[in-house]
Write a protein of this length. Structure first.
Length: 596
């Protein structure tokens, strides 16, 4: 992904850049060293014109070869010093920029990864990603090179102006009048060029967006015979991007022409006045040479500073967005002195008059007055129509949200009083859709418990009926299960998830049964693996299969955030019309109702 740094909004003020201080502080020594290099380098540069003046006045004018040699050696030493310290400074500041950005990236990622679901409902992951890449790149250029360029040019500008005043106050006055005449038009045209560049980039982005969209759906395009139409659309976009690029080129050419004419015009003018001053005996030839060099330094620094300024503003904007992420804190509150769960991991769960609504929908309750006690080792199935609140109970049990009312106890302790990590340690989840990470099969299972040995992983895979298919993969357990790499079937993914849960070995198991049907053989393997996993564990299953509800100790019928009924399948089919209908629809078991 190219870092589209030009399009990021600028900061309104430079204050956010203060947030950089804690990231730079650990490297104070590098900063000091760079500052020394900067000062020595700038000093050497400012000494250059003086050396030139002596070469002219005492060497060339006096026709004395020995003096000329001496001064040229001096000149070379100055150049050597300047080059050496410029290299040192460049290395140090680039290092600093990269280091600071690496630290910021880590800090932002660590922060974002700990945020609760509410945060991700309002912040799009794409936005987080673009802050991690584009905004940090902007900071990188400012934290290192930007600051150093700015400082170097400020020193150069001030130093050169002082030296100009010392060399010839009259000529210096003239320069001060000329600078705005040269710099202002350049800044104005430069701004226009930047604006047009952005426009050209936008247009290019539009064309690739258009192409990407249609290429991804090329079969749909062909099926509707839209080729002609899409080619036309793309042609228009390409033409628009060409026109924008041409406009930019025109402005760029104008900028180059103007800057050459303005700069050389000004230099010629100063030279002309200076030459007359030499003739009139007001200054020496050497002083004129010295003066000219200083004047060029002044112009160069002024131009660089105007460049860097807009970069600094953009970096301020970037830092503001990063600081937002860095200071974000999860909504769920953890007490200052968190309680601890009892050492005995029983897996007892109590919902006590729980009521809850999602932060994004404060008006509608997802759970109301929800009370349920689950004994250690019990198997409970949740059944209910879509939107009944089944998944919500899992979210709350894992403490992704805070309750509006009531309590949830795990092993006798209110989960609001302990650290969320401690609660989640006791809970294993087998989700509807297993997430496979871009890692080897082995490491994918290791997500269940990062400290697990290879032998433990293979044992878990065997128990989850996953060992056989993993060994048949091209590189066995080391096969990379990338997004676009080896594809696993639905049943295989579920068994990976089961192996993960086995490795974690939690006292409580939450199972969101997949709605999509597996083929009979796959289904049998998954069911066997699950049976092994559920043994001796408290299990809550969001059930979509008849087999599951039949073997559950209790079935909880949910509707609109409430518990409607609790019982066993045969009783519920008979006495609860909602359950009877669900059984018929979801389990495809019309006969079940008849049989009861
Ligand atoms: N993140 C969320 N933000 C706002 N509302 C939500 C969120 N997640 C769920 N809801 C709402 O809360 C209610 C309960 O949703 P929940 O996901 O618990 O239902 P469910 O019983 O799991 O349904 P399904 O069987 O379709 O998975 C629904 O009205 C749903 O629209
Ligand atoms: Mg659900």
């Amino acid at each position: 992904m190219p870092a589209d740094t030009d399009n990021r909004p600028k900061g309104k003020s430079l204050r956010p850049l203060r947030e950089l201080v804690p990231f730079i502080r650990p490297y104070t020594r590098v900063v000091l060293l760079a500052a020394v290099a900067l000062l020595v380098g700038a000093g050497a540069l400012l000494g250059l014109p003086i050396a030139l003046r002596y070469v002219i006045d005492y060497g060339i004018a006096a026709r004395d070869p020995a003096t000329i040699n001496q001064y040229f050696v001096g000149l070379f030493v100055v150049a050597l010093l300047f080059g050496l310290f410029a290299a040192l400074r460049l290395y140090l500041v680039t290092w600093l920029g990269e280091r600071v950005v690496a630290d910021i990236r880590k800090a932002v990622y660590a922060r974002v990864l700990r945020m609760d679901p509410t945060f991700f409902e309002v912040t799009q992951t794409g936005e987080v990603l673009s802050r991690l890449t584009t905004d940090t790149t902007l900071i990188q250029s400012i934290a290192g090179t930007g600051v150093s360029i700015a400082l170097r040019n400020v020193i150069q500008l001030v130093g050169a102006l002082v030296m100009l005043a010392i060399t010839s106050p009259r000529l210096m006055g003239m320069i001060l009048l000329l600078i705005p005449a040269v710099v202002v038009p350049l800044i104005v045209i430069g701004r226009r060029v930047r604006g047009l560049s952005r426009d050209a980039q936008d247009k290019v982005a539009t064309t690739s967006g258009l192409a990407g969209e249609t290429l991804n759906a090329v079969q749909t395009v062909q099926a509707f015979t839209l080729e002609e139409f899409q080619v036309g659309r793309f042609g228009e976009a390409v033409q628009a991007s060409f026109r924008a690029a041409a406009r930019r080129a025109k402005a760029g050419a104008l900028l180059t022409g103007t800057s050459i004419v303005a700069l050389f015009g000004a230099i010629t003018f100063v030279l002309w006045v200076g030459a007359h001053a030499v003739l009139a005996g007001e200054i020496t030839g050497g002083q004129l040479g010295q003066f000219l060099l200083y004047a060029m330094f002044v112009a160069g620094s002024a131009a660089s500073l105007s460049e860097v300024w807009s970069e600094v503003q953009r970096a301020a904007g970037a830092m503001e967005r990063l600081a937002e992420l860095l200071t974000a804190s999860p909504r769920i509150t953890v007490p200052a002195q968190p309680a601890s769960l009892p050492a005995r991991r029983e897996g007892r769960i109590v919902f006590e008059q729980v009521s809850f609504s999602y932060p994004s929908r404060p008006g509608s309750a997802a759970l109301r007055d929800f009370s349920l006690e689950i004994r250690p080792g019990e198997k409970v199935a949740f059944v209910g129509p879509s939107g009944a609140g089944k998944t919500t109970t899992f979210q709350l049990l894992m403490r992704f949200y805070d309750l509006a009312g009531g309590r949830i106890l795990v092993d006798g302790v209110d989960i609001a009083t302990v650290r969320p990590e401690d609660v989640r340690q006791r809970i294993g989840v087998v989700p509807q859709e297993t997430v496979v990470f871009a890692a080897s099969a082995r490491d994918n299972i290791r997500y269940g418990r990062t400290g697990a040995t290879d032998a433990e992983i293979e044992a878990a895979a065997t128990a989850a009926a996953a060992d056989e298919f993993i060994r048949k993969l091209p590189e066995g357990y080391d096969t990379f299960l990338g997004e676009r790499g080896t594809r696993l079937s639905g049943g295989q993914k579920q068994r990976i998830a089961i192996a993960r849960a086995l490795l974690k070995d939690p006292p409580v198991l939450l199972l969101d049964e997949a709605t999509s049907a597996l083929d009979a053989e796959s289904e049998r393997l998954v069911q066997e693996a699950l049976e092994y996993l559920e043994k001796d564990r408290t299990t809550i299953i969001i059930a979509h299969r008849l087999a599951t509800v039949l073997k559950a100790d209790r079935i909880v019928v949910m509707n609109e955030g409430r518990i409607e009924d609790i019982g066993r399948h045969e009783d519920l089919v008979r006495r609860n019309p909602l359950y009877a209908r669900l059984a018929e629809l979801q389990f495809g078991e019309a006969r079940a109702a008849d049989a009861a």
